[in-house]
Ligand binder design. Structure first.
Ligand SMILES: C[S@@+](CC[C@H](N)C(=O)[O-])C[C@H]1O[C@@H](n2cnc3c(N)ncnc32)[C@H](O)[C@@H]1O
Length: 320
């Protein structure tokens, strides 16, 4: 196995401080919320990979179909020498892109999950020893400092992860992505599309209960990191389609009235029976909205590709 560079752009204790702040803020307000990035410890990252293989979870298969079909066009349009991938996870689908970019010298996967990053970087280097891989443990919502790799630069943001940000967060995020690019550099972004409610809800509430386990994993993270006494079985996994905002919400609903102690924060959090924590928003998109949001950040939508069934889109936008 060849070595790869692994850089932590956050101080060692930043994750801990961020988790404390998010849990304190999120569980002492009404309605209660937790940001989705805390799903992804080693077990959460494994559960997400399992979700991508579920029959109900079409986005991964649909995005892969588009990547395979369009990779040559992406290569010709971008001539990328550096591929930066935000929220790269296992980098599974990225392999189709890596294989298609003839000028590629550097790959910079960025993720909060150290376990996912190191596993992905190690196996990529086994397969492609000539590729320079510089993995970054970083929060992509916090402003990134990228290594000085050669341009043109292509930033990939796959998996529909953009939908986990709220609209005002997306505007800030897209501007920060634009600031990483020189004019002519590109952003390749995957967005799940608005569709019928039954298909959407099933994708977030599968028959085998893998998504339920993924959702409840955030409680185990808080138990382990902050000494809390959440029992995940006290909560029910809920996925609902919000027609007005055109997003799926994942929630955890207390089965009974209960109180959870979080000693590291010196608080006790009470739940009424049926009270919910919102753990994830997953926005679904339409082409006009994506074009408008990209344009607002100085990114010009040049290509819009969907899978054959029209469920998912990949957009290629250029920094102007
Ligand atoms: C929905 S998964 C998508 C994974 C992969 N890109 C795919 O398409 O299958 C989201 C990924 O983003 C990472 N992630 C979530 N929030 C993040 C943040 N704020 N900063 C960096 N990575 C984040 C997670 O650890 C996870 O690997």
């Amino acid at each position: 196995m060849s070595p790869f560079l692994l850089t932590r752009t956050l101080p060692e204790d930043a994750t801990d401080a961020d988790l404390r702040a998010d849990v304190l803020h999120g569980l002492t307000r009404t309605p209660k919320v937790l940001p989705p990035k805390w799903f992804y410890d080693a077990r959460g990252s494994e559960l997400f990979e399992e979700i991508t293989r579920l029959p109900e979870y079409y986005p991964t298969r649909a995005e892969r179909e588009i990547l395979i079909a369009r990779a040559p066009e992406i290569a010709a349009a971008t001539r990328a020498r550096t591929l930066v991938e935000l929220g790269s996870g296992s980098s599974e689908k990225t392999r189709h892109l890596l294989d298609a970019l003839p000028a590629l010298e550097s790959y910079v996967p960025v993720d909060v999950s150290e376990s996912a990053l190191t596993a992905a970087a190690a196996s990529l280097l086994d397969e492609r020893p000539a590729l320079s891989v510089h993995a970054l443990i970083a929060d992509f919502t916090r402003g990134l400092a990228l290594p000085g790799t050669p341009g043109p630069r292509l930033v990939a943001f796959l998996g529909g992860t953009i939908g986990n940000l709220l609209p005002d967060e997306r505007a800030v995020f897209l501007k920060s992505v634009r600031s990483l690019l020189a004019p002519g550099d590109a952003l390749l972004m995957g967005t799940d599309l608005v569709k019928d409610e039954a298909t959407l809800v099933a994708a977030y509430d599968d028959a085998r209960g893998v998504t339920a386990a993924f959702n409840k994993n955030v409680l185990s993270v808080i138990d382990r990191e902050l000494g809390a006494d959440f029992d995940p079985d006290d909560f029910e996994h809920v996925a609902v389609w919000d027609r007005q905002h055109e997003w799926i919400e994942m929630r955890l609903r207390a089965r009974t009235a209960l109180t959870v102690k979080i000693p590291e924060l010196d608080i006790a959090v009470s739940f009424e029976s049926g009270e919910e924590i919102r753990t994830e928003v997953s926005a679904k998109f339409r082409q006009d909205g994506v074009r408008r949001e990209l344009g607002g950040a100085g990114l010009d939508l040049r290509e819009w590709w969907t899978d054959g069934a029209g469920r998912f889109a990949l957009s290629l936008a250029v920094a102007v």
